[in-house]
Write a protein that binds this ligand. Structure first.
Ligand code: T4K
Length: 369
């Protein structure tokens, strides 16, 4: 058996992809909002149940541009979570803004909505929560707070592809939501991302921002960048989207199998899915509790020795990374700290075999039981 990685990309068959990209050779139209790019935007809008969607080159750029579109004054404060991939914090800082780290909830890893208000100052302009692992934040309460204080909400929905709340696509929440379509995500375009805005004016603006700020052949009205998705990536997305429902069903089956087989193991707990109607099983995080026989780091090492390359998503907290440590606020983020030293994400992707899942389960049991 080969080594088992935390994830592998979802891919169509080789023949399906090759067949799909053939027309590109004849058309010689490879990027700059080609027909496949436009088709993918239409199909994703339908699938994600959102009224607008702008594709970009990756999830990070999606978040950075979404924040940029609001033109917040330099140095303004943005309340966010440290329990996330570094991209979330980088996107805030790279926009010249100051991250204010808020604690998360132990039950699901999302921002603790009851701790947001105490962090608001007259410098606060926005909240950037993360639907971490596809677990949905308390979107209702966050909206209420934002309305009360006149703040913008930009959701990092990188993990939340296909997730809904009360039957509505999760991308509809906040003033903006961004998705990642990186190879390691539930749905991928190799590299890619998307931005959804509530406001039509911002939606038009983002379309310029992703293309150097170009308005027309002779007019540049924004300080934009090149964030355009190319046609090869768009076609990968179109192929993957055809199979997305089977992929999600398979992920669910693996997740449920893990839970069933690990049910009796002492020392692990699962995160709740927050406000989500159901999980997309983007990741399979397990949290080691105090009665676990060995520590998270020891289990990580034992699994690696057995060629099972799980990951400590998300450790260290972004606020603890060298580039940020000691630079920003010192709020109480004890739940985030605790979670980040006790979580492990087990291998989860639709092509993992039963034999491989059984090997992961047996190995976890061997060290925890
Ligand atoms: N916000 C959040 C909350 C995010 O989690 C992310 C990205 C973003 C924003 C930014 O979105 P993007 O700009 O990336 O679209 C991976 C992903 O690269 C990253 O997209 C993701 N979050 C993060 C959580 O995970 P690494 O550094 O852990 O990736 P890497 O290369 O170690 O790969 C992980 C596993 O996947 C390995 O076991 C190998 C396997 N793999 C990876 C690739 C790229 C494959 O089998 N095939 C592949 O092509 O960041």
């Amino acid at each position: 058996m080969d080594k088992i990685l935390v994830t592998r990309p979802s891919m169509p068959s080789y023949d399906e992809y090759v067949e799909a990209i053939k027309p590109l050779w004849d058309s010689q139209w490879l990027t700059n909002m080609g027909i496949y790019h436009e088709k993918l935007e239409v199909e994703l809008k339908q699938y994600l149940k959102v009224s607008n969607l702008s594709l970009v080159v990756n999830g990070h750029t999606a978040l950075e541009l979404a924040i940029k579109a609001f033109d917040f004054p330099n140095g303004s404060e943005v309340i966010t979570t440290p329990f996330t991939f570094i991209s979330t914090t980088h996107a805030i800082v790279r926009n010249g803004l100051k991250p204010v780290f808020c604690d998360v909830k132990e039950c699901d890893g999302t921002i603790n909505e009851d701790k947001i208000e105490e962090l608001i100052t007259d410098q606060t302009v926005a909240i950037v929560p993360v639907h971490v692992y596809g677990n949905v934040c308390n979107v209702k309460k966050i909206q209420k707070i934002a309305k009360k204080y006149g703040l913008k909400v930009i959701y990092d929905a990188a993990h939340a592809f296909g997730v809904e709340y009360e039957g509505e696509g999760i991308g509809n929440y906040g003033d903006a939501s961004v998705f990642s379509f990186h190879s390691t995500k539930v749905f991928n375009t190799i590299e890619g991302g998307a931005i959804i805005f509530k406001d039509d004016v911002l939606c038009k603006k983002i379309r310029k921002l992703r293309n150097f700020g170009i308005q027309d052949e002779e007019v540049v009205s924004e300080l934009g960048i090149n964030a355009k998705m190319n046609e090869f990536c768009a076609i990968m997305g179109l192929c993957n989207l055809k199979h997305i429902n089977e992929m999600l069903i398979r992920r669910r089956a693996i997740g449920e199998y893990y839970k069933e087989k690990l049910r009796t193991v002492k020392g692990i707990r699962y995160l709740e899915i927050g406000m989500a109607d159901s999980s997309n099983f983007a990741y399979f995080p397990v949290v080691l509790t105090e009665d676990a026989k060995i520590s998270r780091d020891m289990l990580y090492e034992r699994l690696c020795e057995n060629e099972i390359y799980v990951r400590k998503y998300f450790y260290p907290l972004t606020s603890e990374q060298i580039c940020y440590k000691g630079k920003y606020n010192t709020n109480d983020i004890s739940c985030a700290k605790k979670l980040s030293v006790s979580v492990l994400t087990l291998p989860m992707y639709e092509r993992i075999t039963e034999e491989e899942v059984d090997k992961v389960i047996c190995t976890v049991k061997k060290y925890l039981d």
